[in-house]
Design a protein around this ligand. Structure first.
Ligand SMILES: Cc1cc2nc3c(=O)[nH]c(=O)nc-3n(C[C@H](O)[C@H](O)[C@H](O)COP(=O)(O)OP(=O)(O)OC[C@H]3O[C@@H](n4cnc5c(N)ncnc54)[C@H](O)[C@@H]3O)c2cc1C
Length: 595
């Protein structure tokens, strides 16, 4: 069975030493309560829950899966009880506003907690996942009575939320969706249609399930401009909060899938179900984007979480498993062979995981601290800057952390050899579970188009500009530091190249729109690796400056950063070459000649 120990030292290093979270929270209204003692206690308790309650259910949940009979979904053994403990511990309310019973702990803390839950048991963590986004959508777009009635039970975990977008013929392209909403005389709506792939659409953990459903009003214009958002509860809820009869909606089946087998992925049939409009008619996508942005960052953490757990297990195995002798002579002559960790290529795979886990953690938590600034800062200019930066960094967090999780879980399995391929050790489960993370909440391709097409080209790259300025200021401040020069010089050069490359793509895309689509995914990886290079340089600087970390910790950070700069950052050369090759080699082939 695979093991999990929450990487608390590195989490605290990322939050406090690299990103300066303590000082940020101390100056943001309401953040002062998040003192180091309080946050440390929260992280310790979350680690205990993740390690002792959730992690032991990960493999058994995968083997058992969810059960479906007559519209009822039963979760695997132990899941329901773990959810009850989660609610008793107040975890669903961690980041929610105090007005609705939440604890309003900063998102940066929530990010670390979320990483632990996902590492311990990704399938289980998917059940409460969308409640967070649903409560944000309700808080920001709901009417007063909707907030009163629905938010408190979602915040407490008594009820859970879902996000119902996808239909059989409509996944990426939401403009195609057909689900209908007919107004009723009482001000509510009758929702009719089929949604597929709905995470936690039906389960046995909570008393009610609040579906947020995208549907079309009768007079709605076609495409994405005619989509509205509705609250559709499993059990009807009156305006005074009284829970009534079962609504006319049901789970038709659950999917049998490659990974996250213990997460219920449901076909949901809405048959004239009673629902309530949330936000403005035909502006449903705006409200849904609130949920989607939160969920996109959250899925990025899922990738990070699997990278971390896969790394921990493959490292332990590489230290333990004896195979072959080191090329430069025996390292453990007392044993019949040397441990795997002596071999250069095993070290390459371990360091790849370590560099993506620790660098990715700083990137992921950076996004969470931007959310804290947006939510709490009293300075409008600071909020706007954070908002633009978050919009820019979100597709990178989502796509890069989930794509690198594919490689990391691959490396972990490979280190286990044949023992990785069989189920017993749990490595193949991580690879299967990781696979969905590049698909749901917008595929990697869609994140890349969002980054390059929308966030950079359409919005004139405000977020990119802030990010590049931030990197340049860091490089400028550290340029005379001999301990950092090996990182600062290439980082400063790459940042300049990045600006030029972005302008180059913009010019080509003006002449031929296909150039954008042809460049997008390579551009995202290129940008993502420069972002990681920045966070690795900051990590080395923070480790050097830290009084609370010892010499070994500092050395490990420096050596991992060196590995990242010499072995992973050069991937930007391949990406820039592919970008500059342009659309021609992709579009020249007539469809008929593909074979
Ligand atoms: C386990 C699981 C859980 C899910 N949970 C939910 C949920 O809770 N709620 C919900 O609403 N949905 C959910 N989904 C649906 C998920 O978000 C969609 O599968 C995803 O958005 C992709 O849609 P699709 O599968 O229809 O693929 P398609 O949209 O058909 O896309 C197929 C491929 O084409 C690519 N593609 C499409 N358009 C372009 C383009 N313009 N440029 C380049 N490439 C393009 C895509 O990237 C993808 O690789 C879930 C799916 C799964 C498998």
């Amino acid at each position: 069975m695979s093991k999990y120990a929450a990487p608390l030292t590195d989490m605290r290093f990322a939050l406090y030493d690299v990103l300066g979270a303590e000082a940020l929270w101390a100056r943001l209204p309401g953040g002062e309560a998040a003192s180091r003692d309080v946050v440390d206690a929260v992280l310790d308790e979350a680690a205990r829950f993740a390690e002792q309650v959730l992690a032991p259910l990960n493999q058994s949940g995968d083997q058992e899966g969810c059960h479906f009979a007559n519209g009822v979904v039963t979760t695997p053994k132990g899941f329901k009880e773990a959810y009850a403990q989660f609610c008793d511990g107040g975890w669903p309310a961690l980041n929610a506003s105090e007005e609705y019973g939440g604890q309003h702990v900063p998102e940066g803390v929530g990010a670390a907690v979320k990483e632990m839950l996902d590492s311990a048991n990704l399938s289980w963590a998917n059940f409460p996942l969308l409640s967070h986004g649903a409560s944000e959508a309700l808080r920001q777009h709901g009417e007063e009575w909707q907030r009163e009635v629905f938010l408190k039970p979602i915040v407490s975990g008594k009820w859970t939320g879902t996000m119902c977008l996808t239909e059989p013929h409509c996944g990426t392209d939401l403009g195609l969706l057909k689900t209908k909403a007919e107004p009723s005389a009482d001000g509510s709506y009758r929702i009719t249609g089929t949604k597929i792939f709905i995470t936690a659409g039906e389960h046995d953990m909570a008393g009610n399930i609040i579906h947020l459903v995208l549907a079309r009003l009768p007079d709605a214009p076609p495409g994405t401009k005619g989509i509205s958002l509705f609250i559709v509860p499993k059990f009807k809820v009156a305006r005074d909060g009284t829970v009534g009869e079962r609504n006319t909606l049901a789970c038709g089946s659950i999917e049998h899938k490659m990974g996250i087998k213990a997460s219920a992925t449901c076909v949901m049939n809405f048959d004239g179900a009673e629902g309530y409009l949330i936000g403005q008619p035909n502006k449903g996508l705006n409200a849904m984007f609130t949920m989607m942005n939160t969920a996109r960052i959250a899925v990025g953490y899922q990738g990070l979480a699997l990278t971390e757990r896969a790394y921990q297990n493959s490292l332990a195995y590489a230290r333990d498993r004896l195979q072959m002798r080191s090329l430069s002579g025996p390292k453990r002559p007392d044993k019949p062979a040397d441990p795997l960790i002596v071999h250069p290529d095993i070290r390459r795979m371990l360091l790849t995981q370590k560099a993506y886990a620790e660098g990715g953690r700083v990137l992921g938590y950076y996004a969470a601290l931007l959310v804290d600034t947006i939510e709490r800062s009293e300075d409008a200019a600071e909020r706007q800057r954070a908002d633009e930066l978050l919009g820019f960094i979100t597709p990178i967090v989502k796509a890069l952390l989930t794509e690198t999780a594919q490689e990391s879980t691959y490396c972990a399995l490979q280190i286990f050899g044949g023992h990785g391929y069989i189920a017993e050790w749990g490595m193949e489960q991580f690879q299967r579970d990781a696979r969905i993370t590049t698909i749901y909440e917008g595929t990697t391709q869609i994140q890349a188009l969002d980054l390059l097409g929308r966030k950079i080209m359409q919005l004139q790259g405000a977020g990119l500009r802030h990010f590049v300025e931030e990197i340049s200021a860091f490089c400028h401040a550290e340029q005379a530091n001999p301990e950092l020069i090996e990182f600062i010089k290439p980082l400063a050069e790459l940042t300049q190249e990045w600006i030029g490359l972005t302008q180059e793509i913009g010019r080509k895309a003006m002449a031929d729109a296909e150039e954008m689509g042809a460049a997008a995914v390579d551009y995202l990886f290129y940008a993502g690796h420069i972002a990681l290079a920045y966070f690795w340089a900051r990590s080395v600087a923070a480790a050097d400056a830290s009084a609370s970390h010892g010499a070994e910790f500092k050395q490990a950070k420096r050596l991992t950063a060196r590995f990242f700069y010499s072995r992973l950052l050069p991937r930007t050369r391949g990406h820039i070459a592919a970008i500059r090759a342009g659309a021609e080699s992709l579009m020249a082939m007539p469809d008929a000649l593909f074979g």
